[in-house]
Design a protein around this ligand. Sequence first.
Ligand SMILES: Cc1ncc(COP(=O)(O)O)c(C=O)c1O
Length: 463
Amino acid sequence: VSKWRELYQEIRTGIASGQIPAGTKLPSTRDLADERKLSRSTVITAVDQLTAEGFLESRPGSGTYVALGAGGPGKLSFSSPRRFASGGTTAPGARQEGGLIDFRSGQPDLSCFPWSRWEKAERQARLKYGSDLLRYAKPEGLPGLRAAIASYLGRVRGLSVDPERLLVCNGTTQAISLLADIFASVGVHTVWLEDPVTADIVEIFRGRGLGIHRAPVDDQGLMTTELEPGGAGGWAGHVCFVTPSHQFPTGAVLSLNRRVQLIENFQTEGAWLIEDDYDSEFRFDGPPLATLASLDPSRVVYIGTFSKTLAPGLRTAYIHLPESLVERGRQGKWRNDLHNVPLIQAALAEFLDRGYYDLHVRTMRKLYQRKRDLIRETFRDHIPGAVFTGDSAGLHGRVILGHGMVDQPFLDRCQKVGVRVYPVAAHAAEPSRGRQDFILGYGHLSFEEIIEGLGRLRRALEG
Ligand SMILES: Cc1ncc(COP(=O)(O)O)c(C=O)c1O
């Protein structure tokens, strides 16, 4: 057992048993390191992990405290198997049958879901709205949630958001389905997609009978020079779907020049851009670049989701629509499923308003950055045959093999040693793209699983 984990276990057990009561101030990491004869980074790792899991909370300018409601004998927040089933940061299901370590992308660390804060938010929402939460509601979403999202996007993304133009949806997946319908109804005939792109997204647009064009991605994101309107109508009738903050799956960030070029191309009546900002919260080297939506709010449809920051099972995402599409959006949502579940919406609004969301995102960002650093360093120092790339962001990166292909024999070798990775080529239209690359998702895996998984991967790479 690593040293940080020993310390982590000791503090966690102390909190759970009630020996270290809620509200207790922890010694500084420096004092703790001196007292235990540990390195400061070991102590910081343990404290960060406990903070991420909600046992400790950091009060800026004051220190680190045992979180209120975090422990004590019999407390749900500690004893609940749903949080700590495996005694670590392993999300249930991450360690699969036969001990397989699955580097699937886009999975947040659900063992850190802030249950006690969520329960508080939910209780408050019930007190505030009572049985209104059980009635039919408006398709666009609860006003309180839309206001909270607008304020969040202003604060964190510098976006000027009108809550009246927000549409709350069941995930980005539904957002894209609704947009495909809306665009088909206003005369759009062609959708430009990044190549590679999440395979489901292609299917959704294709299913609406829209023509699909793909443009390649390099280390600066979508290659905008490869977009060609064709025909006499110019860009009218064209939509381009992009993931500028963190291209899925390559991990590239769209450069500012290309953002400007996209905006210039699509600043035409009848042309639109869809900006999928699915994990911009997790940038590790400073704030993300300006959104496309802030460069041209009239032509850009902006989508955000709570799937990566909180949990995909909440099925909550939102679209910020240009004024001219708001009514179609509401009608489409109403026709689709009337509205999202009011109870979840109201709890989420409280969660945002109380500052719990910002706190959780900050904590998770630190945790994911540490996981990413661990992976990057392990590849650099111990896996000479492959390079871990992708910008310093998100819950996944891309691995490029020095030689050899990510083909069936390689995947079979991975399977045999008990590790699963995902070929980039599965998301590509052009078969030659990304054949030496695979996606490595790490959000949901514990540090131990990452180390074990990378060891197995090395064995698979060695043949
Ligand atoms: C590109 C992209 N955007 C958004 C999402 C999130 O989808 P949802 O909000 O439906 O959970 C995903 C899921 O993996 C994705 O790959």
